[in-house]
Design a protein around this ligand. Structure first.
Ligand code: CDP
Length: 222
């Protein structure tokens, strides 16, 4: 069983997909973390951004990055280091769309993601899970939410405190810029996949959006 959850930045894809996967006993794949991990690895290796477009899949393989199924999650390693918080620094967040738009990157990560999908039931979240990576998924979800609400949630998630209006305005501008790059790129742009059902989470609480997906899964599996 493959369930895909796509949507723009801060729409709640990752937290929702993780929770749905946990309740169903499926594995969660946060595909954004793969793009972030590669971005982190390139920065860590000291390869300047101006050279990224010249790199090949072999170059990426040489960085020492691995994605390994581990219980309910996919563990990401660079060498022996398990990657975590370093994937969500402002620098990685800023640079990841430039990495994610490269053909060699998407080709390389496509195999890795499909391989993970062949190793058991998966809830996969990202930008092109339902459109490109798993076009035959059993269930496709597209999450949306208002820009300001997404900015507010993202800041709350990162800092743990309610943000000020000025902070929300700044974060909304950063999110809007990232959405524009992700939606406007030539390869695998962010879009609502064919056959996906859309959930607008602006006014929904977390449990309601999880239930909306679980209900569909129960309809499918009987
Ligand atoms: O959590 P958030 O929505 O902020 O971002 P993310 O899911 O961690 O994804 C980070 C970046 O990776 C996105 O802005 C895209 O540039 C890229 N990405 C992608 O191109 N395709 C995916 N399937 C997932 C992420």
């Amino acid at each position: 069983m493959i369930i895909t959850v796509d949507g723009p930045a801060g729409s709640g894809k990752t937290t929702t997909a993780r929770e749905v996967a946990g309740r169903l006993g499926y594995r969660h794949l946060d595909s954004g973390a793969l793009y972030r991990a590669l971005t982190y690895a390139l920065r860590d290796a000291g390869i300047p951004a101006s050279d990224w477009a010249k790199l090949t899949p072999d170059d990426f393989s040489g960085l020492g990055f691995r994605a390994t199924p581990s219980g309910g999650v996919v563990a990401l390693y660079l060498g022996d280091t398990l990657l975590g918080d370093e994937l969500r620094t402002p620098e990685v967040t800023r640079d990841v769309p430039a990495v994610a738009k490269l053909r060699a990157v998407r080709t390389w990560l496509l195999d890795i993601q499909r391989d993970l999908g062949s190793q058991g039931s998966l809830v996969a979240d990202g930008r092109d899970m339902g459109s490109v990576v798993f076009p035959d998924a059993d269930l496709k979800v597209f999450l949306v939410a208002g820009l300001e609400e997404r900015a507010r949630r993202r800041l709350l998630q990162d800092t743990g405190v309610d943000p000020s209006e000025a902070e929300v305005v700044g974060e909304a501008a950063r999110i809007r810029a990232r959405d524009a790059t992700d939606s406007g790129r030539e390869l695998s742009p962010l879009l609502r996949p064919e056959g996906a059902f859309e959930i607008d989470t602006t006014e929904l609480d977390f449990e309601d959006q999880v239930q909306a997906i679980l209900k569909r899964v129960i309809n499918l599996t009987g």
